[in-house]
Design a protein around this ligand. Structure first.
Ligand code: CA
Length: 254
């Protein structure tokens, strides 16, 4: 990756062709937090046109669509393009999956699906297509001096491996995929603990503290009081922090 900064331009782009607003509404922000840019088409013909106008890195293609179904879209696409396609199919369309793969979809996900499953399949397909994951938000994330190894599920800093629990890893991953973006508590809870989490949101503070302890000094995670948490792509020079609009940084309190 080696991106320097938070401009979204280099993010892999996913075209979502889906007519159900409920699914679009959770996919767009979800994929955004996973490091992807998104465009949305609400029906088959629009999806096909958008894919032709500007080829995305991957298409999430619903099967049952107005205008033109997912099979027809995929078949037309394949006449011109090799773009990776993941199909969304309902559970009772089992035989259709096979058909989907036959007409050139790369993978499929059955509705209802867990967001994490779709995100994992998107990454897997992108990695497979690109060889070693240049277009995918890759095997290794890097921010500040911290490296996050997505395969071994551990962090590295200063040449040391730092083992992380699953939640710690997911929290750090979320922060690292969104450099310079202040992540509100609700977003963190939703993405790391799941929207059905019933506990105290104090849990985030606890896990941030664990991460700070494990990752060591200088503290890589900034608390933005009343707003959330952020990892900067570059640590502000001393004295700069209080000049920023989100002053109130309360970094490494122990
Ligand atoms: Ca549909």
């Amino acid at each position: 990756m080696g991106k320097s900064g938070g401009s979204g331009d280099e993010r892999p782009e996913i075209l979502i062709v889906e007519d159900e607003p409920g699914i679009v509404e959770f996919l767009v922000p979800g994929l955004g937090y996973e490091g992807f840019a998104t465009r949305v088409a609400p029906d088959g013909p629009t999806g096909l046109r958008m894919a032709m106008e500007k080829e995305p890195d991957l298409i999430v293609l619903d099967l049952m669509l107005p205008g033109m179904d997912g099979f027809a879209v995929c078949r037309s696409l394949r006449e011109h393009s090799d773009v990776p396609v993941i199909m969304l199919t309902a559970r009772d369309e089992l035989h259709d999956r096979v058909h989907g793969l036959e007409i050139g979809a790369d993978d499929y996900v059955t509705k209802p699906f867990h967001f994490r499953e779709l995100a994992a399949r998107i990454r897997a397909v992108l990695r497979r297509r690109k060889g070693d994951g240049q277009a995918a938000p890759g095997h290794t994330l890097q921010l500040q001096e911290i490296e996050l190894d997505m395969d071994l599920r551990l962090a590295r800093r200063g040449g040391h491996d730092i083992s992380l629990t699953r939640r710690e890893f997911e929290l750090l991953e979320l922060l690292m995929r969104n450099p310079d973006r202040i992540l509100p508590r609700d977003t963190i809870l939703d993405r790391v603990w799941g929207h059905d989490f019933m506990g105290d949101d104090n849990i985030i503070e606890v896990y941030v503290r664990y991460l700070r302890q494990k990752l060591g000094e200088p503290n890589p995670i900034t608390t933005v009081r009343g707003a959330g948490y952020v990892m900067r792509s570059q640590r502000p020079a001393a004295g700069e922090a209080s000049a920023s609009p989100e002053a109130g940084k309360e970094g490494g309190h122990a």
